[in-house]
Design a protein around this ligand. Structure first.
Ligand code: NDP
Ligand code: GDR
Length: 360
């Protein structure tokens, strides 16, 4: 039985990947941070208690900023494969917490690679690094592939640039099987609520049911290449099954703006969008109470990534990659799930509790 270790197992990709690897018969270990409340909602359906006899899913407390925990866990688990998905993954937040972002996303990656090396596992343990299309930042070529020059535009992207190159360096210096998946944006119903796609589907579902008044967004013209996380984690696994370690771009090759995403989600819900940033009251509504989407400059970033479009020809040729979920299906699935939770919120509101409004 192969043994995998996933950092960031409580995140979107961690949850989908853990499920995939368990389905493939792996023993799966996940690293989670200590939190004051449970934050395992995305993996609760996989949980196996410490007293279960044939446990194939095991969680360990650890942190990317703490070498001692990483080394201890890797020594104990002796993994065949490590998927380094943990990160402070929010681009806007990285401007507010640049040092922490560098510590976890850049040096955290180094800590894992060093642990593999110090423990003498460099010939046994294969390593996957969650690299990102944010590396392209101010794009130098359209579409972007594995040879496009990088130009990071945020503390997050700069930290991920270090992680990208240290992964390449350990591959070349120590002959480790280490590779970068340069993944373009991928979303799902379990996407974090403050990323723009989920913020939109969640807010529009709540607006539809009268639980929320309006939605504030930043740059509506930003364009992204959005795929489905469930499809993308399969490619993370595929990258570690090749004869030679290589870096791959994973993307759909289709691009939409934030405004397009809002329109697609609104269409699913039969909502007519009123776009305005002017004359809004403190609740975000105009005199007629009709405002649905308003622009708030607080969501603009000091340096923005305006456009990303991936060229995954290499993955298509070598890994057999074809994106399975079209944009419209992704939006529909996210809207459907958020409508379900909005119905629960509506019930709570009806019974007298104040609805919780989210506008990050
Ligand atoms: P999420 O933000 O959903 O998950 C991040 C995970 O990392 C969470 O489990 C989080 O734990 C954990 N984490 C954060 N900081 C630490 C730390 N210091 N120590 C240990 N664990 C930590 O991200 P995604 O699942 O969307 O993305 C997975 C990876 O892929 C990330 O590295 C991201 O940067 C990268 N990426 C994502 C893309 C996307 O579109 N989703 C595209 C390209 C790259 P907790 O639950 O406690 O917060
Ligand atoms: P991104 O994702 O920065 O691409 O990083 P996000 O969904 O946060 O932003 C996408 C684009 O939408 C614009 N935008 C807004 N974004 C947020 N979060 N909230 C808003 O209100 C809003 N309004 C407009 C942003 O400016 C941006 O242009 C994601 C993360 O998963 C990273 O970890 C990953 O590396 C990259 O995708 C690929």
């Amino acid at each position: 039985m192969k043994v995998a270790l996933i950092t960031g197992v409580t995140g979107q990709d961690g949850a989908y990947l853990a499920e995939l690897l368990l389905d493939k018969g792996y023993e799966v270990h996940g690293i989670k941070r200590r939190t004051s409340l449970f934050n395992t909602g995305r993996i609760d359906h996989l949980y196996q208690g410490p007293h279960e006899r044939w446990r194939r899913f095991v969680l360990h407390h650890g942190d990317l900023t703490d070498s001692s925990s990483l080394t201890r866990i890797i020594q104990h688990v002796q993994p065949d494969e490590i998927y380094n998905l943990a990160a402070q993954s929010h681009v806007a937040v990285s401007f507010e917490e640049p040092e922490y972002t560098a510590n976890s996303d850049a040096i955290g990656t180094l800590r894992i690679l060093e642990a593999i090396r110090i423990l003498g596992l460099e010939k046994k343990t294969r390593f996957y690094q969650a690299s990102t299309s944010e590396l392209y930042g101010l794009v130098q070529q359209i579409p972007q592939n594995e040879t496009t020059p990088f130009y990071p535009r945020s503390p997050y992207a700069v930290a991920k640039l270090y992680a990208y190159w240290i992964t390449v360096n350990y591959r070349e210096a120590y002959g480790m099987y280490a590779c970068n998946g340069i993944l373009f944006n991928h979303e799902s119903p379990i996407r974090g609520e403050t990323f723009v796609t989920r913020k939109i589907t969640r807010a529009l579902a709540r607006i539809k049911l009268g639980v929320q008044d309006c939605l504030f967004l930043g740059n509506l013209d930003a364009k992204r290449d959005w795929g489905h996380a469930r499809d993308y984690v399969e490619m993370q696994w595929m990258m570690l099954q090749q004869a030679q370690p290589e870096d791959f771009v994973i993307a759909t090759g289709r691009q939409y703006s934030v405004r397009d995403f809002v329109n697609a989600a609104a269409e699913e819900l039969n909502l007519t969008i009123r776009w305005t940033g002017k004359g809004i009251d403190e609740k975000g509504c105009d005199a007629s109470g009709n405002v649905v989407v308003a622009v708030d400059p607080r969501y603009f970033r000091p340096t923005e990534v305006e456009t990303l479009l991936g060229d995954a020809t290499k993955a298509r040729t070598k890994l057999g990659w074809t994106p399975r979920t079209p944009f419209a299906d992704l939006v529909a699935e996210m809207v459907r799930e958020d409508l379900r939770s909005a119905e629960r919120d509506e019930l709570v509101k009806e019974h007298g509790y104040t609805a919780f409004e989210f506008n990050e």
